[in-house]
Design a protein around this ligand. Sequence first.
Ligand SMILES: [Zn+2]
Length: 154
Amino acid sequence: MTLLEHTKNAPQAWSGNLPVTSRYTYGLAGERFFRAMKDEGKIMGSYCPKCDHTYVPATVFCERCLGELSEWVDVGLVGELHTFTVLFVDCDGNPLEEPELVGLITFGDGGIIHRLEADPDELEIGMPMEAVLKPKAKRKGSILDIEGFRAVSK
Ligand SMILES: [Zn+2]
């Protein structure tokens, strides 16, 4: 029996629930990255002087030379719009009441994917976009401390 013949009659999916709980830790770099965002309202990157590469979000090791990164840099709150898309359905495929904009904002050699607070007709690739942070008292040390990115006023 070939694999195709075998899988043709095999069940493709099961319905049900799994009682799974988990805890995700940010790790060393993530802890520092999100603490700086929460406490200081900063987006931090880590810099590899050997590769002249700035990682955003910050990491502990350089992915290129595997060197340990100890040089942290405040990359500011203004990045550059690299790409964006309009979402019409949620992660489960259900239609959204209102379409949402999501984009990749680059900082250094990395970037952050997040919501955009903008009119899609006014967006241009390469335009400066600024992080809109929640008020300090409402930040929790997560990527959602950024409410979204908006175009920088000219
Ligand atoms: Zn490196």
